[in-house]
Design a protein around this ligand. Structure first.
Ligand code: MGP
Length: 201
């Protein structure tokens, strides 16, 4: 009897493994691209963006984990650098047509470990399409700075306050952040270094 059960169990396990292999990689709803910008390596006085590089695009869960594990962990960044995850086709620049009328929510992070956790939670929420207004989100940036690290969630229609408030509130839940976060317009950032907060959540 015992032998019968164990062989049946083995058969069932083999069946499940075969099914998983046949199912193949798990496709995401859309394609995403990782970027990086190691500004500590750029020449002094070089224009902004000269060190910004498009790195890898992916559209399966398996590729995401591979890229995240091997490369895109903020703890691997030193000095003055950024990692970005943006929808494929959208460049992480104010000048991109999808970002031109947009802005960003910013979350400061005083501890490296917090930045790492919040970054991963945000990546998973984006690729898992957890935001109701997913089409309104351009991407997320992890910035490692000497002063203070931060995460910024870039959205496309800054003037739509209701959409931004909904995204900001949802983001705080996702990353389990309880302090206030603020939203700035890229248009203001173009004019002044410390753009004023337009919304807060
Ligand atoms: P930042 O990196 O967004 O601000 O922009 P931060 O992190 O507060 O400042 P940092 O000194 O710690 O990096 C810093 C500056 O980079 C801006 O004031 C712009 O001069 C330039 N810059 C940043 N971005 C995202 C852009 C962009 O998308 N386009 C252009 N043209 N310049 C940018």
């Amino acid at each position: 009897m015992a032998t019968e059960i164990s062989s049946a169990a083995i058969e069932a396990e083999e069946g499940a493994a075969m099914a998983a292999a046949k199912a193949g990689p798990h496709k995401l709803e859309r394609k995403w691209t990782f970027w990086f910008d190691n500004q500590s390596k750029s020449k002094q006085g070089a224009a902004w963006g000269t060190s910004l590089r498009q790195a890898y695009s992916f559209d399966t869960v398996e590729e995401f984990w591979c890229l995240y594990d091997q490369i895109f962990k903020p703890s691997k960044l030193a000095g003055f650098a950024d990692f970005h995850l943006f929808r494929t086709g959208v460049e992480p620049k104010w000048e991109d047509p999808e970002c031109a009328n947009g802005g960003k929510w910013t979350v400061p992070s005083s501890k490296k470990a917090n930045l790492e956790t919040m970054w991963l939670e945000t990546l998973m929420a984006l690729i898992g399409e957890q935001f109701d207004e997913a089409d309104e989100i351009c991407g997320v940036v992890a910035s490692v700075r000497q002063r203070q690290d931060k995460l910024s969630l870039w959205t496309r229609t800054a003037a739509n306050e209701a959409v931004q408030m909904s995204i900001g509130r949802k983001w705080k839940q996702i990353i389990d952040f309880n302090d206030k976060i603020s939203y700035s317009f890229h248009d203001d950032s173009k004019r002044e270094r410390s753009a004023k907060a337009r919304y807060s959540a």
